[in-house]
Design a protein around this ligand. Structure first.
Ligand code: OSB
Ligand code: MG
Length: 370
């Protein structure tokens, strides 16, 4: 691929309702969209850093800096990029900054698939025509509010419910959902809000027969999670702790995790996501696809990677209308009454930005020519 132009856009879309997690509240989605152009095609990737460094250390401002000063010059240091995996070694001496890397990695994968006139999921080695999805529900004021929100999402077709928890809004909320909705697929995400001092609480949560519990302890821990897993039958799922295939190897060796939430953005793109998927498969550790309140482009990459065989639990890949009144891609992402998303067979990611909406949500744009 001879890359001739890269365009970065700063974009913003309002959320339909605020999304609260243990580290903060999101009211709008501010993100960077990367367009990578060859003579004939454009590949898209998004950088889904947050406006604040509370989920990971990156923000959109730091990602823009890394893209502009380091990653884009590296792409232009090569005449051609033979395969998207080449970016992995090209970027490997730049530490972390995974969400910045992911924007270009994803865009180049899309471009590569479009040049071959193949859907991205085929190029990645996917094996599914439909993928199963779930919904992630932010922290609600009361457990009654939560029950109403769960009910609404179940009516929309979601079959797996993920509840965000934090101290004081945890066990009683989860028990209320179990009591009301019976044996649905239920899981909780703590975003690192607890410590081993909360062991008794986790033992009670362990009685709820949840699919998994996501990142209960510190974002940079894999030792205490191993201790917690050793006394719980519920699967611990690492999210924040895993940035690379090496992180995954160490966590598996220690017994810190029985499933991994692979977020394409958090691990630097599709190449490393696939490496983690493969490593986990070789250890009989199922994985699933996490989300970052993604826009259509982020979702498109998630849908493609979630077709791989070891993605075994429903993903955080909700329909476009879960967070947004109008997403900027066509077609919009939709789910059916069985919580499934049809994987597109069009070339590349299979979803295209609508030019008018793209411009409406863009508040800054910069072109980088070779
Ligand atoms: O921990 O999975 C998380 C959203 C923002 C930051 C972190 C997380 C989340 C979600 C949302 O749970 C999942 C989604 O995109 O629907
Ligand atoms: Mg999480």
């Amino acid at each position: 691929m001879k890359i001739e132009k890269i365009v970065l856009r700063k974009m913003k879309m309002a959320l339909k309702t605020p999304f609260e997690v243990s580290f903060g509240v999101l009211t709008e989605r501010d993100f960077i969209l990367a367009e990578v152009h060859t003579k004939d095609f454009v590949g898209y990737g998004d950088c889904s850093a947050m406006p604040f460094p509370y989920y990971s250390e990156e923000t959109n401002a730091t990602a823009w800096h890394i893209l502009e000063k380091f990653l884009i010059p590296l792409v232009y240091s090569k005449d051609e990029i033979a395969h998207p995996e080449k970016l992995y070694s090209l970027f490997s001496h730049i530490r972390r900054n995974k969400m910045a890397k992911s924007a270009l990695d994803c865009a180049v994968w899309d471009l590569y698939a479009k040049e071959r006139n193949l859907p991205l999921h085929k190029v990645l080695g996917g094996t599914r025509e439909q993928i199963e999805t779930g919904v992630s529900i932010g922290i609600q004021k009361t457990s009654d509010d939560l029950l109403r929100v769960v009910e609404r999402h179940m009516e929309e077709g979601y079959r797996r419910i993920k509840i965000k928890i934090k101290p004081g809004k945890d066990l009683q909320y989860l028990e209320a959902v179990r009591e009301r909705f019976g044996n649905i697929m239920l899981q909780a995400d703590a975003n690192s809000a607890y410590t081993l001092d909360d062991l008794e609480l986790f033992k009670e949560m362990d009685q709820l027969n949840m699919l998994l519990i996501e990142q209960p302890l510190a974002h940079d821990d894999i030792v205490d999670h191993a201790k917690l897993q050793s006394v719980m039958k519920t699967r611990i799922c690492l999210d924040e702790s895993i940035h690379s295939v090496e992180d995954a190897r160490k966590a598996i060796e220690l017994g810190s995790t029985k499933t991994i939430n692979i977020k394409v953005a958090r691990v630097g793109g599709l190449t490393e996501a696939k490496m983690i998927h493969d490593l986990c498969a070789s250890h009989d550790i199922p994985v699933w696809c996490g989300g970052m309140v993604d826009t259509g482009i982020g979702k498109a990459h998630n849908i493609a990677i979630a077709t791989l065989p070891n993605y075994q639990f429903p993903g955080d890949i909700p329909a476009s209308d879960r967070y947004y009144t109008e997403d900027f891609v066509a077609p919009q992402v939709t789910i059916n009454q069985d919580s499934m998303i049809q994987v597109p067979e069009r070339a590349g990611i299979g979803f295209e930005p609508v030019p008018e909406l793209l411009d409406r949500f863009t508040y800054d744009i910069k072109e980088f020519k070779r």
